[in-house]
Design a protein around this ligand. Structure first.
Ligand SMILES: O=P(O)(O)OC[C@H]1O[C@H](OP(=O)(O)OP(=O)(O)O)[C@H](O)[C@@H]1O
Ligand code: HPA
Ligand SMILES: [Mg+2]
Length: 165
């Protein structure tokens, strides 16, 4: 197992701005969504922000647990599926929300359940881009995105310490 080379840390403030930017993009589509399906757990936070901005009151979850050793996606387990009324018509008019797409595996699995839905996420890596309809920021595949709900305040070494330049 190796960690991606680059780090992209995201603060709460930045995440809120980026999720709101996603809501602006979705609003610009002039498509009305009858419900949000958020992919837990990462999709819960952007779904709350988008639901507020676009006034979408019907929210469902698809609960998928992935076994992975930090960076490598492993087997997935569906813990809770989507309600039958949202699955009708292949999910037409349903907005699926996640925090990011990386390999695209998670989005592809949910797309099989809701082939006519609209997929949105805040951040996307190149392998996942084809699986998503609308996103805000693309980062390279060798970047790890650190979300604020996974982080705490820690001491940072000064840049000059140990720097041989
Ligand atoms: O495009 P992929 O390679 O499938 O990766 C993207 C998925 O990985 C993360 O979820 P994770 O499975 O880590 O679980 P969590 O949302 O419960 O933290 C993230 O929230 C996406 O759902
Ligand atoms: O870059 C990432 N950050 C956090 N969780 C993730 N799950 C897949 N890729 C990532
Ligand atoms: Mg997730």
């Amino acid at each position: 197992m190796s960690l991606p080379d680059k780090a992209f840390p995201v603060s709460w403030d930045q995440f809120h701005r980026d999720a709101r930017a996603l809501a602006w993009r979705l609003a610009g589509l002039n498509q009305s969504f009858r419900a949000i399906v958020c992919i837990t757990r990462g999709g819960l936070v952007p779904a709350a922000i988008i639901s507020r901005e676009l006034n979408i009151r019907l929210i469902d979850t698809v609960c998928i647990a992935t076994r992975h050793d930090y960076v490598n996606q492993g087997e997935t387990q569906l813990l809770k599926g989507i309600s039958p009324d949202l699955l009708a018509d292949g999910g037409a008019g349903v907005l699926v929300v996640d925090d990011l797409t990386d390999t695209g595996k998670t989005a592809l699995e949910v797309r099989e359940m809701l082939p006519k839905s609209h997929f949105a996420c805040v951040y996307a890596k190149p392998s996942g881009v084809p699986t998503i309809d609308t996103f805000v920021t693309e980062v390279s595949q060798d970047t790890w995105i650190y979300f604020p709900w996974d982080m705490g305040f820690t001491y940072q070494e000064p840049i000059a310490k140990g720097h041989k330049g």
